[in-house]
Design a protein around this ligand. Structure first.
Ligand SMILES: Nc1ncnc2c1ncn2[C@@H]1O[C@H](COP(=O)(O)OP(=O)(O)OP(=O)(O)O)[C@@H](O)[C@H]1O
Length: 173
């Protein structure tokens, strides 16, 4: 079904190729630069490939660098404001939610580009838009969690006392 649609689309729009090369395609080219694909023969080679995947997504995906930069800022702020253990747990979950979403988005983009081979297809656009929406939702959840965690600390830092910030600081002793 997908192949039929794809073939039909190709014959109808032979000259209609989409934008030159997406970020994920450049990522894939770099990833497979000189090596033929092969099965991983042991744990350390698998680990090396996984780490290379992380490294490549960080250097090639601007959004991922943004997420990591933001995560570093959150880390510094958390240390400065003295979050407790359970607050750190929520912060870690929030940050990883967005980072994980970006990983999934990149995978979806790569698979879509692989399937449509850079040809325009409304379904390809839809899938990419939905994947981008997923990242947006993850970032929204991240910001809500971070706001709930940091709000009483920031209020306290600026001397604004609310019942909630008083409660949090009573818990901290
Ligand atoms: N093959 C395609 N057919 C139709 N629309 C597409 C296709 N590829 C991309 N689009 C549209 O262009 C948008 C941007 O796609 P693109 O692959 O350039 O992602 P991107 O901008 O590199 O994303 P990111 O910034 O997350 O890496 C998509 O959200 C989608 O709406």
């Amino acid at each position: 079904m997908t192949t039929d649609l794809h073939d039909k689309h190709d014959t109808e729009n032979e000259s209609e190729t989409f934008h030159p090369k997406s970020t994920v395609e450049k990522l894939a080219e770099r990833h497979n630069a000189k090596e033929p694909s092969s099965r991983n023969s042991n744990f350390f080679i698998s680990l090396y490939h996984a780490l290379r995947g992380i490294f490549l997504i960080v250097i090639r995906e601007r959004n991922m660098r943004f997420h990591l930069g933001f995560a570093f800022f959150v880390l510094v702020m958390g240390l400065y404001l003295g979050l407790n253990r359970s607050e750190w747990l929520w912060v870690v979950i929030a940050v990883f939610l967005a980072v994980y979403g970006e990983f999934l988005n990149t995978v979806v983009e790569a698979v879509v580009d692989l399937v449509v081979e850079r040809h325009y297809h409304p379904l390809a656009g839809l899938v990419k838009d939905v994947a981008a929406g997923m990242v947006l939702v993850a970032v929204g959840a991240e910001l809500i969690i971070l706001a709930l965690i940091f709000q009483p600390h920031v209020w306290h830092y600026f001397g604004i006392e609310t019942n909630f910030s008083r409660f949090i600081h009573r818990l901290k002793g």
